[in-house]
Design a protein around this ligand. Structure first.
Ligand code: CP
Length: 306
């Protein structure tokens, strides 16, 4: 049974194929309107979500399938103490594919070991978010026209930002990528990503606390929210939450064709005044998320049937 737990579960060729399918769905949506008729997607969200859950559900509905699930663990029997293993065992009797978000790192992997249907990791703690990475790759490829030879700045909470961890892993397999890491010292990238992904793959990288210093060299700026829910101490969160606030004046030295991404939700790190700037791509990113998830559901269901 094929699952998607980590972006590295997919080869570069498979990611290219998913991007091609997503682009075809964007161009010819009617051709995909019934391809999942009779199939059911379960969305099991043990942690809050707007984009990921609703884009998964919209994706399945637009493929002609049906959806079931829960958006709050308190409404499920996990609130009575049911294990992830038992929950998945039960849900895989009702659904053909499962998208699951959980606050504990590794929970989707445990789920995959007890599932009779494909499990998709829709975000596990501060660890991974592979379908956000597929969304990001589709957006970069559509906006830049390539997935090689560019400089990307990751700004904000690089410690807890699971979308950052997944995207850096994915980019380690492309050529000519320069990674610029912009964060306060306390929110730097975890050592294991620096060591096992950046250093091991010889990725060019540069670390700074100063966004303005590096702004002129960036082709892509990936802003992130400081992840309040992962802090042990509220005072630390309050001290760090506004470390970076992107306002129009800070783009004075940016490239005219810079692409500004953010996985969202944003809190205060991108001024709403940026939304009208043609360089802002974060709402296009949201839209792309549904199409790449349609492509992924199709691929995993097809492989499960083979
Ligand atoms: N990008 C993302 O994961 O957003 P949600 O938390 O709203 O799903």
């Amino acid at each position: 049974m094929r699952h998607l737990l980590d972006i590295m579960d997919l080869s570069v060729a498979e990611i290219d194929e998913l991007i091609a399918t997503a682009n075809d769905i964007i161009a010819r949506p009617a051709a995909y309107a019934d391809v999942c008729a009779g199939k059911k997607l379960a969305t099991l969200f043990f942690e809050p979500s707007t984009r990921t859950r609703l884009s998964f559900e919209a994706a399945m509905l637009d493929l002609g399938g049906k959806v079931l699930g829960f958006s709050d663990a308190q409404c499920s029997s996990s609130s009575k103490g049911e294990s992830v293993a038992d929950t998945i065992h039960v849900v895989s009797c009702y659904a053909d594919i499962i998208a699951m978000r959980h606050p504990k790192e590794g929970a989707p992997r445990v789920a995959s070991m007890h599932s009779e249907v494909p499990v998709i990791n829709a975000g596990d703690g501060g660890h991974n978010h592979p379908t956000q990475t597929l969304t990001d790759l589709l957006t970069i490829s559509r906006e830049l026209g390539r997935l090689n030879d560019f400089t990307i700045g990751f700004c904000g909470d690089l410690k807890f930002g699971r979308t950052v961890h997944s995207l850096i892993s994915a980019l380690s397999r492309y050529t000519g990528i320069k990674i610029v890491l912009i964060s306060p010292e306390e929110l730097e990238l975890p050592d294991y990503i620096q060591r096992d992904v950046i250093d091991k793959n010889g990725l060019e990288s540069y670390k700074t606390t100063d966004l303005l210093e590096v702004m002129p060299q960036l082709d892509v700026l990936y802003m992130t929210r400081v992840q309040k829910e992962r802090f042990f101490n509220e005072d630390d969160y309050l001290r760090l939450r506004d470390s970076y606030i992107l306002t129009p004046d800070k783009l004075d030295t940016a490239k005219k064709d810079l692409k500004i991404l953010h996985p969202l939700p944003r809190v205060n790190e991108i001024s709403v005044k940026i939304d009208a700037d043609p360089r802002a791509c974060y709402f296009k990113q949201v839209r792309n998320g549904k199409f790449i998830r349609m492509a992924l559901i199709l691929k995993l269901l097809k492989e499960a049937e083979a």
